[in-house]
Design a protein. Structure first.
Length: 388
């Protein structure tokens, strides 16, 4: 049986009369993709025979997503509902392709809590096996990598990390400390709203959940953090911090060798990241909504302060392209804005073969037109094959 999306074979693609979003400029021209790789970029509005006339639409690199919880939403569409994983993965893949994401690091939680209503059961190893098998079978439209979210406040983190090996090609390990009263959930009201709605907890159950997390942090926090850093090195993964709030948090992240910071919660933390040469990533929903749902720093404020390098779709895949165009308005610089969702995340994840319209890189490209200030996708190609 033929693979649905054979990653080894691609037809040639020639997009002409397009406004090409290059790393440092936008110019009218054409891009040629042969056998999945960009082989030529030329200037001018000529449309050769056999080329697709883009009629002045923008052509940009495919989007690179480093941290999306979207796969978890598909495998557990409601609390305690375990959806069949392969159909969930295929639906997740198709959804991302439809939004212009051509490379994704699928975030999977490692570190479980087996007691109480706030329990989280281990699932990452099994899901990773299924994802890797589907990838090897050519079932996906786009390029998938693993991102392990290491939950410090858990019972089983190190055991779950030990189940992964270098041959799994884990791309990212991020350090998650969701201890109540600090980092993302300094405001316990925001935590209560989030958990109560997701898990249906009453006041007494929420209080018990908070106490359990505090106990787990006291018992395992230091050991799990040190162990997760060591495991990231063993796996050859990029290490990321999560929800750094203070300069001290960032100094600790820098000492661990963190490559990029996911969603710092304050200007202080973002400024410290810049001082330590740690790339700053913020969420697209934060940027689109004008603020954080947890009451933390607004992404647009970091953008205006020149403290934003990477954008992640987080929990809304379609927000990623929209966020780039919102940044283009803030900065009046479309190439710089597009880089936050293409070249910069690719660099942070050590992917040197994609992220820009450049000869020799992967033929992952988007055709985009605008309806007012809203970008509309007119085509998505992964290695020259149309996937959306």
């Amino acid at each position: 049986m033929a693979k649905p999306y054979d990653s080894d074979v691609s037809s040639d693609l020639h997009l002409a009369n397009a406004r090409l979003v290059l790393p440092d400029q936008v110019l009218t021209g054409a891009v040629m993709i042969e056998q999945g790789v960009i082989t030529r970029i030329s200037e001018g509005d000529h449309v050769p025979a056999g080329a697709m006339d883009c009629a002045g639409d923008l052509v940009a690199p495919g989007l690179v997503e480093l941290h999306t919880d979207n796969v978890e939403r598909h495998i557990e569409p409601r609390p305690e509902v375990d959806w069949p994983h392969l159909p969930a993965l295929i639906a997740h893949d198709a959804e991302l392709a439809s939004t212009g994401i051509t490379t994704v690091f699928d975030a999977m939680r490692v570190g479980s809590i087996h007691q109480g209503k706030g329990r989280y059961i281990d699932y990452a190893r099994k899901l990773a096996d299924e994802l890797l098998a589907a990838r090897a079978a050519g079932m996906f439209k786009i390029s998938h990598f693993l991102h392990l979210r290491a939950e410090i406040c858990s019972e089983t983190l190190l055991d779950e990390l030990a189940a992964f090996a270098p041959e799994d090609r884990v791309g990212i390990v991020s350090l998650m400390d969701h201890t109540p009263g600090q980092r993302q959930f300094r405001d316990l009201t925001a935590l209560k709203t989030y958990v109560a709605k997701k898990r249906g907890m009453n006041d007494a159950e929420f209080s018990e959940h908070v106490e359990n997390l505090l106990t787990l942090q006291e018992r395992f926090g230091a050991k799990h953090q040190a162990g997760a850093v060591q495991e990231a090195g063993r796996l050859g993964a990029v290490l990321a911090s999560h929800d750094d709030t203070t300069a001290a948090h960032v100094a600790t992240s820098a000492s661990h060798g963190v490559g990029f910071a996911e969603f710092p919660t304050t200007v202080e933390a973002a400024e410290a990241c810049r001082a330590h040469d740690i790339a700053v990533m913020m969420g697209a929903p934060n940027l689109i909504r004008g603020g954080s749902h947890s009451g933390n720093v607004a992404a647009q404020n970091l953008a205006r302060a020149d403290l934003l390098d990477i954008v992640s779709s987080d929990y809304v895949p379609s927000a990623l392209l929209l966020a780039a165009f919102r940044l283009a308005e803030i900065w009046d610089d479309l190439p710089r804005a597009i880089a936050t969702v293409t070249r910069n995340p690719a660099k942070a994840a050590r992917l040197r073969d994609r992220g820009a319209l450049q000869v020799g890189l992967r033929g992952d490209v988007l055709r985009v037109r605008r309806l007012g200030q809203t970008p509309l996708l007119a085509g998505v190609w992964s290695q020259g094959k149309r996937v959306g």
